[in-house]
Design a protein around this ligand. Sequence first.
Ligand SMILES: *Cc1c(COP(=O)(O)O)cnc(C)c1O
Length: 346
Amino acid sequence: MTAQPPALDWGQLGFGYLRTPWRYRSHWREGAWDSGVLTEDNQVHISEASAALHYGQQCFEGLKAYRTADGRVNLFRPDQNALRMQRSCARLLMPPVPTETFVGACKRVVRANLDFVPPYGTGGALYLRPFLIGVGDSIAVTSAPEFLFSVFAVPVGAYFKGGLSPMNFVTSGYDRAAPQGTGAAKVGGNYAASLLPGAEAKGHRFADCIYLDPATHTKIEEVGAANFFAITRDGRFVTPRSPSILPSITKYSLLHLAAERLGLEVEEGDVFIDRLDEYAEAGACGTAAVITPIGGIQHGEHFHVFHSETEVGPVTRRLYEELVGIQYGDRPAPEGWIVNVEGKEV
Ligand SMILES: *Cc1c(COP(=O)(O)O)cnc(C)c1O
């Protein structure tokens, strides 16, 4: 079931949907997940009354498979995505997918679409999109009678074509999540709420908007759909802590590397929007770009520049190189971070 080698221009790939041959599907009915299959059908046929369509009962994940210099293909911390999806499911009253099933499905999809994993050195990767949706015939506002779990794959290109470069952001007056709402769950509803603020920021030529804490609007929470971190002038790695932030796997990986490999003090705490002078560097982090260095932040009338609007700060660059080096297999990984897709299915 290997695909025809695709005629893709790896250097030109962006972040768009491109149909790959195989995807994983599993249904939950009458209290259990079925054994799951790979299918070539990229359309989902579901009831018009599906809870995912009306009440937003759904969640998703995003992770990448990387081609190494010696031709192997690795997933980066897929168990963490499995655990996070289980937490999203708990919040939205959906049946969790066991970690082994989740990781096994990701491996199967990568192996079935192996020719679509971009070559080493192109900066690309095979992006995996697991999702879980409430389906079946029910229009009542209750948990769906049935669920679908699927994983599909899309080859994506390097996020920064000309190398890492800073971007500017603007704070938003809107909230993406409520203080005790669903901000910490990776659910579509948060994204629906972010479309208008994101479009407004982009309309003013910012890369995206920054969300402040929904209770007081004084502290930084998220940068678009990425987490925020900053390096203080005395060299500490600081990232906000809040129940409405989506816990980024990239962020916690950077926090670990900052402490263990760069020897920095690390701290989860408050980042006040009117005290940005304390920080020498700042960045947004997530699977898509790993790190987007933050040049400046517009807040009301004030525009604050961190390290530079055009140059990447030294700590940001070291963190980026360390993490990307681990993902592509060039640098030693902390135990359990790299999962090879070959070998026995789990
Ligand atoms: C997925 C996501 C992130 C980034 O998480 P990673 O695990 O690092 O990819 C950050 N913020 C939001 C709102 C997200 O949905």
